[in-house]
Design a protein. Structure first.
Length: 127
């Protein structure tokens, strides 16, 4: 059975994607940014945007019966790799004990120039 969580942004229907998809015991969370629940972007701070993106990932996982403890893989896309420690600190605060396989790469830009980071996650549930 396939379940999905809507992105809750204008881009979901325009592009045809979901925030997260669960098939069996695997959950894939697509690129998630620092948009607050009201749709506003956490302004100008890579750490704060990372924290919000991770909160958004956690919410999507929870909707599909998973948690941050189930995450086995993350990918972090940043617009300025020199600020990697800001993203790394936020990631460590969520995954210090889980320690998923992780990748961080610099990209030339995200869909909105004010977005500084986008994070993906994959989770595997034992149940």
């Amino acid at each position: 059975m396939r379940q999905h969580v809507e992105a809750g942004t204008k881009w979901g229907p325009l592009v045809g994607y979901s925030r997260a998809v669960r098939v069996g015991n695997v959950v894939h969370v697509g690129g998630t940014t620092g948009l607050a629940p009201d749709g506003t972007l956490v302004a100008g701070d890579m750490y704060a945007q990372s924290k919000q993106a991770l909160r958004n990932i956690e919410a999507a996982l929870g909707t599909l019966g998973a948690s941050m403890a189930d995450v086995v893989r993350t990918r972090m896309y940043v617009t300025d790799i020199s600020r990697w420690e800001d993203v790394g600190r936020a990631h460590a605060e969520c995954f210090r004990d889980v320690r998923p396989a992780a990748t961080m790469v610099q990209v030339t830009g995200l869909i909105d120039p004010a977005m500084l980071v986008e994070i993906e996650a994959e989770a595997v549930l034992e149940r």
